[in-house]
Ligand binder design. Structure first.
Ligand SMILES: Nc1ncnc2c1ncn2[C@@H]1O[C@H](COP(=O)(O)OP(=O)(O)OP(=O)(O)O)[C@@H](O)[C@H]1O
Ligand SMILES: [Mg+2]
Length: 251
């Protein structure tokens, strides 16, 4: 289970985020970037953040700590911006929090060199989860205390938008042509050799156990939240073994 806390104050919207994430304070005196169930693609984006973020962490990547944040929509009453008001009003219950990395800078490929080993690990991981949101236009990588941190795994695992076609969708290659780290000579073969054996059924069970039940109930075709957890694990397990041979555009 993710750490739980309650949002007590909405501080400000993070204007650069397409889904209008907000900065909030919590009852445990934390400061989090909050992503809302009422935004755009809804709760599936949040499930993807948890599955991919917690998997990345267990594979040794730096990812801000995640939490399940309770939201009472009255928090929106004092907000002057109607867009923010609507978002808070439609997001009662459990939302996602991501520890705020204060002072982090957006990754700039011209200013920060990345080794082929690290680039390879990140490209391989993005191929595994089918991340379409780590392009040079929008890298979703932060520099914090001199190191690279991964954020924003909402636009991944496209197969979870159509479960009956998930196996076929997950068998498709990954297009890395626009990847933010493509020009750093990513050593994908070394990354695959090191990381693929770590992606086991046990590890994925541990990762998917972190998804709050509230985001898994009522999915058509699935009985219990655990049935859906297994469906999240399956394509990742299958993909881990083969995806290094199916990455297009890095050479
Ligand atoms: N944990 C964090 N610490 C510090 N800054 C963050 C953190 N998470 C996000 N940000 C900042 O907020 C911006 C938006 O966050 P994020 O990319 O996760 O949102 P999004 O709505 O999914 O964005 P988009 O779809 O536009 O890429 C990031 O580009 C980054 O500048
Ligand atoms: Mg982003």
């Amino acid at each position: 289970m993710l750490k739980e806390a309650i949002a007590t104050r909405y501080i400000a919207p993070l204007r650069e985020g397409g889904s209008l994430p907000g900065l909030v304070e919590t009852d445990d005196f934390g400061t989090y970037v909050m992503k809302f169930t009422g935004a755009g693609q809804g709760r599936k984006t949040l499930v993807a953040e948890v599955v991919c973020g917690e998997l990345a962490r267990r594979l040794g990547f730096r990812v801000p700590r995640l939490a399940a944040l309770g939201l009472d929509p009255v928090l929106g009453l004092g907000e002057p911006d109607p867009q923010v008001q609507d978002l808070l009003r439609s997001s009662a219950g459990t939302n996602l929090g991501m520890e705020f990395l204060s002072g982090a800078l957006g990754f700039d490929p011209l200013a920060f060199p990345v080794s082929p080993a690290e680039a390879g690990r990140i490209v391989w991981f993005d191929a595994l989860i089918n991340n379409v949101d780590r392009s040079w236009r929008n890298p979703n990588l932060l520099m914090w205390h001199g190191e690279l941190w991964l954020i924003d795994h909402g636009a991944t695992m496209i197969w979870h938008h159509n479960w009956p076609g998930a196996a076929a969708s997950a068998a498709r290659p990954y297009d890395a042509r626009d990847h933010a780290l493509r020009t750093f000579g990513p050593d994908v073969a070394a990354a695959a050799a090191a990381l693929a054996p770590l992606v086991t059924a046990d590890l994925l069970a541990e990762v998917t156990a972190e998804i709050p039940d509230a985001w898994l109930t009522g999915e058509p075709g699935f009985g219990t939240p655990d049935d859906l957890r297994r469906a999240y694990a399956e394509p990742l397990l299958a993909r881990a073994a083969v995806i290094h041979d199916r990455i297009e555009g890095t050479a």
